[in-house]
Design a protein around this ligand. Structure first.
Ligand code: KDG
Length: 317
């Protein structure tokens, strides 16, 4: 595998109309979860991705497994748990600026994931281990599973890429979230925090200070995401800013960060300079927001080239 990731994917229900969800009676059923969003982003770009998880022994679990497998992701490490159900989440698009997420996932099959589900040879065979801050928030056993994967990755020199993906609804307290997320960030080679996540973890500082705090904490590469503006990157020796691409209308912002992560990972797999990898990541992030759904907008490589070209033409015209 080029990338292996660990985490929960849920059935996603989105009202077919915008506005308050209490009035919605028709919903579309999709599937989403930060880790499979990244894995699918990777396979769209022609690379191999594997997903470690659990699904319930129910209709949604069966459909989810088929969906993710159908997107070309290896699901050999996804267990079916007959004791728990597949989790659900709702995405309410009240307006373009107001998107809300509601989870129905406590005690889900994926939250029962544990260190026994992490196989050493599966991690050892990957080039990158992708982790998010969502999985360790799901349960103590999920936290242990993440730690087991980190241990194997370190042992076999598999690079760790970490997106904090702070989901306050999932943590018992801010202190616990900060402690665990900083611990994992310290073990990661590449960290991908959003600006507001850096603030959450370290308090109010400027970009350089955030970068030096993450590097001081153990990271080799820090990519600070600044939303629709672009992203800044920092290593011990270089830094720079890569602007994003302008788009006419954001249809659904959720999943953009995962598309961004897939872009960065694909660039690293191709040994592109950081600036080029981030330019691709920015393009994918922008393209994801133009489509309703977490993964439906994830592009293939030629679509990225066309998008970038069209954007340039629009700008010079
Ligand atoms: O990044 C998008 C995710 O937030 C979404 O797919 C749902 O995995 C999810 C989560 O835990 O929030």
């Amino acid at each position: 595998m080029d990338v292996v990731t660990i985490g929960e994917t849920m059935a996603l229900l989105t009202p077919d109309t915008t506005g308050k969800m209490r009035y919605a009676s028709h919903f579309s059923r999709k599937f989403a979860g930060a880790e499979t969003n990244v894995a699918i982003g990777i396979t769209r770009l022609g690379y191999q991705a594997g997903w470690i998880s659990r699904v319930g022994d129910d209709e949604l679990g069966k459909a989810m497994r088929s969906f993710v497998r159908g997107e070309g992701v290896d699901v050999s490490q996804v267990k079916t748990d007959s004791q728990a159900q597949t989790g659900l989440y709702f995405k309410e698009l009240r307006s373009e600026q107001d998107v809300r997420v509601y989870y129905y996932r406590a005690g889900s099959a994926a939250s029962k994931l544990g260190p026994e589900d992490i196989k050493e040879d599966y991690i050892a065979g990957a080039k990158y281990l992708h982790l998010t801050g969502i999985t360790p928030a799901l349960s103590e056993s999920c936290y242990q599973a993440v730690y087991q994967a980190i241990e194997y990755a370190k042992k076999h020199k598999v690079k760790i890429i970490f997106d904090p993906n702070i989901r306050e609804k999932l943590w018992e307290s801010k202190e616990k979230a900060k402690q665990v997320l900083l611990e994992i960030a310290a073990k990661a080679d590449i960290v991908l925090p959003g600006l507001s996540e850096a603030k959450y973890l370290f308090g109010e500082h400027d970009l350089e200070r955030y970068a030096s705090l993450f590097i001081g904490n153990g990271a080799e590469v820090v990519i600070l995401k600044e939303g629709s503006k672009g992203a800044s990157y920092y290593t011990k020796d270089e830094h720079g800013f890569v602007p994003s691409y302008p788009i006419d209308r954001v249809v659904d912002p959720i999943g953009a960060g995962d598309g961004f992560a897939a872009g960065v990972i694909s660039g690293l797999l191709e040994k592109l300079p950081l600036e080029k990898a981030i330019a691709r990541a920015n393009a994918i992030g922008a393209m994801v927001t133009m489509v309703n759904g977490d993964v439906e907008g994830l592009p293939e490589i030629d679509e990225i080239e066309r998008f970038v070209q069209d954007t340039k033409e629009d700008v010079t015209r």
